[in-house]
Design a protein around this ligand. Structure first.
Ligand SMILES: Cc1cc2nc3c(=O)[nH]c(=O)nc-3n(C[C@H](O)[C@H](O)[C@H](O)COP(=O)(O)O)c2cc1C
Length: 321
């Protein structure tokens, strides 16, 4: 059974972005669910073996904190034996096991994983069956609409299979694999999926404001919304969506708030082993769109350690006070 979600807006899995500190920050700001970035089933198996030999658990490899709960882990990879093994390894630690069938990156689709699976109905059915039999925790799915424009309705068949095999919720990003991130997500397809589904549907794609979130819910009747790029450097969005859905209004946040929330991010990040390069990229996202941001980002790029980075960001904050 799915856990209770405290809010209707979820943080999307984003490789290199949805790290444990950003997830925690979004959770504290009202995200109803957070999802880890996608993780290769073969790396989980290899890492777990290595960690177990040193009396550590998989939590050293996929870092998270209990304050993020409910937390979902996203897996990718289509080797059924490895999938079963990886799902069993992560099950004790996570509340939901999510399966990726949307990634458009060629290095993933070439291994018959991610979005490429949308056109492999037999294998897909076996994947769902393997996962739902391997674990007792709820299994969910994240899909795109199809592979090419000609196959943009594949999602209907896949969603039906998923439901039949016991998948408990589907996140739908209505772009095709070949579209990548171009064009617009076709929200009318979310409505079509919702109409044929008996499990919760999470609508995803191009939400950057509370108004967008409400509009997606109103127009598609999806149960939840998931936000990726709109939440980058902007954890306030979850609180704003929750307030807007409840009261019709929300608090605006300025650049000072954005910058100060980056320091909150840094505090949280100090508890995890996040690569410095990734932390710098987060700093860039927290300053995106800011007046003078280009110059600031040059200084961010050249910062060599956390102390440097803090100095750069502090100088910038002082300019706002
Ligand atoms: C940098 C980046 C990394 C992503 N990594 C993942 C991932 O690991 N797993 C996944 O299912 N989707 C991934 N996505 C897709 C997002 O979860 C989401 O479906 C997509 O960005 C559309 O939502 P948005 O318009 O709110 O960004 C990624 C997207 C971005 C921009």
């Amino acid at each position: 059974m799915l856990p209770n979600f405290s809010g209707k807006a979820f943080l999307a899995p984003m490789a290199g972005v949805s790290d444990p500190a950003l997830r925690l920050q979004c959770k504290k700001r009202g995200a109803g669910l957070v999802v880890t970035e996608f993780t290769n089933i073969h790396s989980i198996i290899a890492k777990e073996k290595e960690l177990r030999e040193n009396l550590h658990t998989i939590q050293e490899f996929i870092e998270f904190s209990d304050a993020e709960r409910p937390i979902s882990i996203q897996l990718f990879g289509s080797d059924l034996v490895a999938l079963e093994q990886a799902a069993k390894i992560v099950e004790p630690f996570f509340d939901i096991i999510d399966y990726n069938m949307g990634c458009p990156a060629p290095h993933i689709t070439k291994q018959m994983a991610g979005g490429a699976l949308l056109q492999q109905t037999n294998l897909t059915k076996q994947i769902f069956n393997t996962l739902t039999n391997a674990v007792k925790k709820p299994v969910t799915l994240k899909i795109r609409s199809g592979v090419t424009d000609a196959s943009r309705y594949l999602f209907k068949e896949i969603a039906q299979l998923a439901e039949d095999e016991g998948i408990e919720m589907i996140t739908f990003h209505p772009r095709t694999v070949s579209q990548g991130y171009s064009g617009k997500a076709d929200w009318t397809l979310i409505k079509e999926l919702k109409e044929i589904s008996n499990i919760p549907i999470v609508g995803n794609g191009d939400i950057t404001t509370p108004e967008d979130a409400k509009s997606m819910i109103d127009n598609t009747e999806c149960d939840y919304v998931m936000i990726g790029r709109g939440a980058m450097g902007n954890p306030f969005l979850f609180e704003q969506i929750n307030d807007y859905l409840k009261t019709g209004s929300y608090q605006e946040y300025g650049w000072e708030d954005r910058l100060s929330s980056f320091f909150d991010y840094l505090d949280m990040a100090s508890n995890f082993k996040i690569k410095f390069a990734n932390i710098k990229s987060q700093a860039m996202r927290f300053t995106k769109g800011m007046v003078g941001g280009t110059k600031l980002r040059e200084r961010i790029v050249h910062s060599r350690n956390i102390e440097d980075l803090k100095e750069v960001m502090k100088c910038c904050t002082n300019n706002f006070l």
